[in-house]
Design a protein around this ligand. Sequence first.
Ligand SMILES: Cc1cc2nc3c(=O)[nH]c(=O)nc-3n(C[C@H](O)[C@H](O)[C@H](O)COP(=O)(O)OP(=O)(O)OC[C@H]3O[C@@H](n4cnc5c(N)ncnc54)[C@H](O)[C@@H]3O)c2cc1C
Length: 264
Amino acid sequence: MSKTPTDLSVIRLRHPLKARRLQVRNIVTVTPKMLSVTFYSADLADFVSASFDDHIKLFFPADGQPIMPEASADGLRFPDGVERPVARDYTPRRYRQNENELDIDFLLHGDGPASNWVSQAQAGDVLIAAGPRGSFIIPDTYDWQMMIGDETALPAITRRLEEAPEGKHIYVIALVHDASERQIVKTHANVHIQWVYRHASDAVKLHTDPLLTAVTEIKWPSGQGYIWGAGESAQMRELQRHLSEDRGVDTSRMRISNYWKQHA
Ligand SMILES: Cc1cc2nc3c(=O)[nH]c(=O)nc-3n(C[C@H](O)[C@H](O)[C@H](O)COP(=O)(O)OP(=O)(O)OC[C@H]3O[C@@H](n4cnc5c(N)ncnc54)[C@H](O)[C@@H]3O)c2cc1C
C-alpha cells in the first residue's frame, strides 16, 4: 500500500529552554579520536531529547569557571559584566533518566575550546549545558532511511541505530579518519553500513572526496526513503547539491546539516 504524505510528515517539537550544571562522572575511549563523557546532574531529571538529531549547547568559559546563565524570554542571559562564554553544539548521545546521566561523544579533532576541554577533562569537572530547544523527528513510516556523515555525525547516527525499531532498513555512509575509528553499535535495525576513510590512498591521489564518491556510487534502495546528513559545511553543500540536482531528491525527503566549518 502506498503511503500518504501525512504518514511521512516530519514532526517538530519545541522544548522549554533550560540551562543545566553537568558534572563529569566518567570518560571512556570509544576509538582513538572519540571520547564518550558521562555527565551526572540532578538538573537532568526533566531532560528531554526526542530525536537523534537533537543538539545541546555546551559553554566553555575562557578561565574554565562555569557560569550559570538565566533562561529569559530572549534566550539565555549571563550575569552583567560577565563575558558570554564560547558555546559549541553537541548531540545527546544517550540519556539514562533513572540515573540522571547523559553521555556525549566528543571528537578529538585538534585545537578548539571543546576539543581542548575534553582532552583534559576529568571526573568532577563541571560544564554548563543548555537545550535541546527543539526536536526534529523523522517518522518510522519511511521504507528506509539513509544516514551520511563524518565523525561529528556519528553520535547521532549511532544513537539512531541503537534506538531504531526492529528490522528498520538503515543505510549508513560514514567518513572517518581510518579503520580504527569505526564504531560497533548494538541495533535491532537492518543496517547496511559503509565506512569510508579520509586518507584512503585513491582519494588522496585523485583529490576526490571519499564521502561524496561513496554516495554517488551507492545503489539506490527502492521505496520511500529519508536522507539525513551532517558534517563539514562545504562537503554538506555539495552533498545537498548532488542529492537534489543529480538524484532528484525532494527537499522534504532530506535534512542535511552543517556541523562544523573547515578553516583554511
Ligand atoms: C547540531 C550539531 C551537533 C554536533 N554534535 C557533535 C557531537 O556529538 N560530537 C562532536 O564531536 N561534534 C559534534 N558537532 C560538531 C562540533 O560542534 C564542532 O566540531 C565544533 O567546531 C567543535 O568545537 P571546537 O571548540 O573543538 O573547535 P572550533 O573552535 O569550532 O574550531 C577550531 C578549529 O578546528 C576545526 N574543526 C572544528 N571541528 C572539526 C572537526 N570535526 N574536524 C576537523 N577540524 C575541526 C575548525 O575548522 C577550526 O579550524 C556538532 C555540531 C552541530 C552543529
